[in-house]
Design a protein around this ligand. Structure first.
Ligand SMILES: [Zn+2]
Ligand SMILES: [Zn+2]
Length: 91
């Protein structure tokens, strides 16, 4: 499971633009973003919202390979189908 800090960092890097649009405003700096996001993060988010550790795709922002969105290949939801080959060849 990720820490809240890691989760905020990943949301900032991977997901902050769609999130901002949804919230209807620009959060400005990372500090502002973290302050706004932190209270909304639950333990369930840390467990369930997947972010690929290789490419950074998320449940809401899957990468598309050959026309199909990727899916999680492990229970931790931190490795997606698009990256499993990359990961394997790195070992
Ligand atoms: Zn990936
Ligand atoms: Zn992916």
């Amino acid at each position: 499971m990720r820490t809240i800090d890691e989760h905020v960092q990943m949301m900032w890097e991977n997901d902050h633009l769609p999130w901002c649009k949804e919230m209807g405003h620009d959060p400005g700096t990372f500090e502002d973003f973290a302050e706004q996001l932190r209270p909304q993060i639950t333990e369930e988010d840390l467990k369930l919202v997947g972010v690929c550790r290789v490419c950074g795709c998320t449940d809401n922002n899957a990468c598309v390979v050959l026309g199909d969105p990727c899916y999680w290949v492990n229970d931790e939801h931190d490795l997606c189908s698009a990256c499993k080959n990359t990961e394997a060849s790195n070992k």
